[in-house]
Design a protein around this ligand. Sequence first.
Ligand SMILES: NC(=O)c1ccc[n+]([C@@H]2O[C@H](COP(=O)([O-])OP(=O)(O)OC[C@H]3O[C@@H](n4cnc5c(N)ncnc54)[C@H](O)[C@@H]3O)[C@@H](O)[C@H]2O)c1
Length: 381
Amino acid sequence: MSDRVVGVVMNGVTGRMGYRQHLVRSVLAINEQGGVTLSDGSRVSLRPVLVGRDLRRVGDVADRHGIADYTTDLDDALADPDNTIYFDAQVTQARVAATLKAIELGRHVYTEKPTAETVADAVRLAEAAAEAGVKNGVVQDKLYLQGLLKLKRLIDGGFFGRILSVRGEFGYWVFEGDWQPAQRPSWNYRVEDGGGIVLDMFPHWAYVLENLFGRVESVYAHVSTHIPERWDERGQVYKATADDAAYGVFEIEGGVVAQINSSWTVRVNRDELVEFQVDGTHGSAVAGLRNCRIQHRGSTPRPIWNPDVPVTESFRDQWQEVPDNTEFENGFKFQWEMFIRHVLEDAPFPHTFAAGARGVQLAELALRSHAEGRRLPVEEL
Ligand SMILES: NC(=O)c1ccc[n+]([C@@H]2O[C@H](COP(=O)([O-])OP(=O)(O)OC[C@H]3O[C@@H](n4cnc5c(N)ncnc54)[C@H](O)[C@@H]3O)[C@@H](O)[C@H]2O)c1
């Protein structure tokens, strides 16, 4: 039994992220475990109020999970003072207006990334939340992936010596939708609907780089739309106007160089859908979603370049797996619990709208870098 119940208005729960990660794997999972435990030992459970554009679809989700409250009327849901928190996992384009409405009514706000499509809007949201004095947060789930938590542990333990470079490889083949259905929503491939891999992924890279390696000081990106035509959810052909691959180079304070490829037009020849290789003077690591492998300076082999002879050693086998040493939670749920503690007892929460705005800034600068064909400095916002 929980000691207290907090109403959470959840908008966009018929979508991929809103449903699976936020409703099922976070909010409902928190309730199943008996709520969020606060520092005084008391427990808080969450009362989801589902909001959607289509009453039947949002009602289906509610029925599936025995949720009593659902509506198509966002204003009505926000008007109830017991609904303390507004959460937004709608398409990016719909986020700013709905979130500003919640802020105006004094609701604490938590949203998916990116917080907005433009820096101007992202800053507007951060300022509005600050002026209204409401708690605000943005999803930065990649920081809580097992693989990246292990990488952070290595950094904190001084494993790398001086970190030199980071190589990130993210992506997989997203089907065009004609002979096999696409595994991502079609709005992702239309710039006019808030799509594009830069706006989708660079906000992630901004907080990953900033939290693990330091402030990003400059960005250069080459962006492509490799597949110009795709088929949507109804089987209709459409023009893919948004970027589907981006090749970025980032300079980080202290001289670390990061390169990250992001692509929906690449076939996976990796162990995981995202991997970061970090090379340092004393050791290297390759971290993915779950796993992290290391090679220490003392166990580094001595390859010699000679194309005339076949490779005799298996380079991949020369790495060692980093052990779990702890139990890892779902990253989305972990961040939800952090946010609830932030709202109710002012516990620290670094993933604010200001941090979210830095993510949008990096995406915007990357697109501009491509358009202008030059490296751009990342000014402090
Ligand atoms: N944290 C992550 O790793 C991650 C991953 C994917 C997507 N996202 C973010 O989550 C948000 C939702 O992405 P998704 O992949 O779940 O999308 P989706 O298309 O599956 O879901 C979108 C949701 O928004 C609603 N919606 C509201 N207005 C809409 C409109 N005008 N057109 C279409 N849908 C509308 C839909 O009903 C649906 O509930 C995006 O902002 C995206 O950037 C985050």
